[in-house]
Design a protein around this ligand. Structure first.
Ligand code: SAH
Length: 465
C-alpha cells in the first residue's frame, strides 16, 4: 500500500518524535502526526508524502491517551509557541527525558546504563505564566486590523495571542496597553519586554523602523498604567531582516538595563544580553552546574558562553578563579559590572568567540611550554590551566575548534549546560577522543509547554593507567 497525500488513515501512535509529535507506521512507512500522543488510536489525513515518510494532520481521536489535556490556550494549535499543551505536564517531562536519553545513546554513543534514569528538575507548581521575556511581532490580520502576538509555526503570519499562558502576567498587561496605542502597523515592528521576577523591574523596548509620534502615546500609556515598568527604550531597526533587534538602543525613560536577583547575587541585564527565561528554574539549573563542578575552592574555572556572567559568578565563591568568555560586548560589560555589584574579585571576563579566545590562549600556552616564546598574543594570559570548564552554548552547540582547545587544556571536569540534546550528544562524542565520558546528566525543564529541552551534563576525564 502506498501512502498518498490527502488520504485518510486510522493509525496507532507508537512514540514521540523530536518535537513531541506522534509517530506511527503504516506497513513500514513512517508518519509524523503533530498533536497525537503515544498509545492513541487516531484518524489522520496525510498532508505531505515523501518516499519513506510523511506528515499527517490529526482528523479525530478514536482512543485518547490518559495523558491528553485540553489546551488551555485558544490559539495553542495555530501559534508556534507551545508544542506540548495537549499533554499533561508529567507526559511533557517523560517526553523530554526520553528525548535526552535517545540523543545521548544514539548520537552521543553513551551506554544505556550511563543514562538510565537521569535526574530531572521540573516544575513543582503550576507550569504556566513563567516566561520573563517576550518579543511580540506587530502586524495586521486578514481584515487589516492591528495584530500583536506570535508567529504561527514556520510562517510569518501573526497569531494574536491575547493573554499568553506561558508569559508573566505583567508582560501580557504591557502588551495589551501598547497594542491599543498602535494605529499603524508599520510604526512598530516588535514589542520586546523583559521582566525581572525577583526585583519586579521591567523593561519595555519598542523596535521601530524610525521614531514617530506613536512612541509618545505608548510612553504616556505604559508609564501611567503599568507601575512595574522601570525602563522604556526604543530600538531603531530600519532594515527588513529576520533579526529582531537593530544595533541602536535609546532610552525614553529610566536606565538601559534592569536588575534581577538569583540566589544571593544581583545581576544587571542590558537588552542585548542573554538572560535565562524561566526564573522558577534558573537557580536550580545553576545549583546543578555548581554541584557537577564539585569545587573545593582551589579550582580554576572557565565559564564559556558566559552571557552576563551568571554561572561563573555563581561558581566564583567556591573557586580560586573564574574566567568567562562571551561574544556579545554588552553582555561582557554586564558580566564585569555584575562582578563589581556583588564584590566578586576572582572573576575576569573576555569578549570574543569562545573558540577564538580559548584556542589562542591554549595555543600560546603550548608554545610557552615548548619554550618557544612569550604568550603575547593571547586575549588572556593562560597562566594556569583550568580544572573545570563550563560551557553553555546556543542550540548549535560548541565549535569544533573549541572542543579541540578544551581537549588540550585537559580539565578534570566539563560541565555542559545545553539547550539542545542533539548537539550536546554530538559534542559528547567529539570530546571522547580527548578522554571524556559522560558521568551523569540532569534534564532541567525550563521551557514548560514547549518542546525545548535543557540538560546539564557532567563529563569527566578518564585517567590513563
Ligand atoms: N551562561 C549564560 C548564557 C548562556 S546563552 C547564562 O546562563 O545566562 C549562550 C551565550 O553564548 C549567549 O550569551 C551568546 O551571546 C553567547 N555566544 C554565542 N556564540 C558564542 C561564541 N561563539 N563564543 C562565545 N559566546 C557565544
Amino acid at each position: 500500500m502506498t501512502v498518498k497525500k490527502n488520504q485518510e488513515y486510522e493509525v496507532i501512535i507508537e512514540a514521540f518524535g523530536n518535537s513531541g509529535e506522534g509517530i506511527s507506521h503504516i506497513n513500514g512507512y513512517t508518519l509524523f502526526v503533530s498533536g497525537a500522543l503515544p498509545g492513541e488510536r487516531v484518524k489522520v489525513a496525510v498532508t505531505k508524502a515523501k518516499k519513506n515518510y510523511g506528515y499527517a494532520r490529526l482528523v479525530s481521536i478514536e482512543e485518547p491517551s490518559p495523558d491528553r489535556m485540553e489546551p488551555g490556550c485558544p490559539v495553542a494549535k495555530r501559534c508556534g509557541g507551545c508544542e506540548l499543551q495537549h499533554m499533561s505536564y508529567e507526559a511533557q517531562l517523560r517526553f523530554k527525558v526520553q528525548r535526552v536519553v535517545d540523543c545521548l545513546t544514539r548520537l552521543g554513543g553513551v551506554s544505556e546504563s550511563a543514562v538510565a534514569g537521569p535526574e530531572v528538575i521540573g516544575c513543582v507548581d503550576e507550569p504556566w505564566h513563567y516566561r520573563n521575556k517576550a518579543q511580540f511581532p506587530v502586524g495586521v490580520d486578514r481584515e487589516s486590523r492591528i495584530a500583536v502576538g506570535f508567529y504561527a509555526a514556520r510562517t510569518h503570519a501573526i497569531i494574536p495571542c491575547g493573554d499568553c499562558l506561558i508569559q508573566s502576567p505583567v508582560i501580557n498587561r504591557i502588551k495589551n496597553v501598547i497594542e491599543k496605542c498602535i494605529d499603524d502597523a508599520d510604526s512598530v515592528k516588535h514589542i520586546y519586554i523583559r521582566h525581572a521576577a525577583a526585583t519586579g523591574q521591567t523593561m519595555v523596548c519598542l523596535v521601530v523602523p524610525k521614531k514617530t509620534a506613536v512612541l509618545n502615546r505608548i510612553k504616556e500609556a505604559v508609564l501611567s498604567e503599568i507601575k512595574e515598568v522601570t525602563s522604556l527604550c526604543v530600538n531603531i531597526h530600519p532594515d527588513d531582516t529576520n533579526v529582531v533587534l537593530g544595533d541602536v538602543f535609546e532610552s525614553l525613560y529610566g536606565p538601559l538595563y534592569i536588575e534581577d536577583i538569583i540566589g544571593d547575587l544581583r545581576f544587571r541585564i542590558a537588552p542585548e544580553s542573554f538572560y535565562q527565561v524561566n526564573p522558577y528554574i534558573t537557580e536550580k539549573l545553576y545549583q546543578k552546574a555548581l554541584e557537577y563542578a564539585a569545587l573545593t575552592g582551589e579550582e580554576i574555572v572557565w565559564d564559556l558562553y558566559c552571557g552576563i556572567g551568571t554561572i561563573g559568578l555563581f561558581l566564583s565563591k567556591k573557586a580560586k578563579k573564574v574566567i568567562g568568555v562571551e561574544v556579545v560586548p554588552q553582555a561582557v560589560k554586564n558580566a564585569k559590572e555584575n562582578a563589581d555589584i556583588n564584590s566578586i574579585e576572582n572573576a575576569e571576563f573576555y569578549c570574543g568567540t569562545a573558540e577564538d579566545i580559548i584556542s589562542r590562549a591554549v595555543g600560546d600556552k603550548e608554545v610557552g611550554r615548548r619554550g618557544g616564546g612569550e604568550a603575547t598574543d593571547a586575549a588572556f594570559n593562560l597562566a594556569e590551566l583550568p580544572d573545570v570548564v563550563v560551557v553553555d552554548p546556543p542550540r548549535k552547540g560548541c565549535d569544533e575548534k573549541l572542543i579541540e582547545a578544551i581537549g588540550s587544556a585537559a580539565p578534570e571536569r566539563i560541565v555542559y549546560v545545553s539547550c539542545d540534546p542533539a548537539t550536546l550528544s554530538r559534542d559528547i562524542a567529539r570530546f571522547r577522543p580527548y578522554g571524556y565520558e559522560l558521568e551523569k546528566a540532569c534534564v532541567v525543564d525550563q521551557f514548560w509547554q514547549t518542546k525545548h529541552v535543557e540538560t546539564v551534563a557532567l563529563l569527566v576525564k578518564r585517567r590513563k593507567h
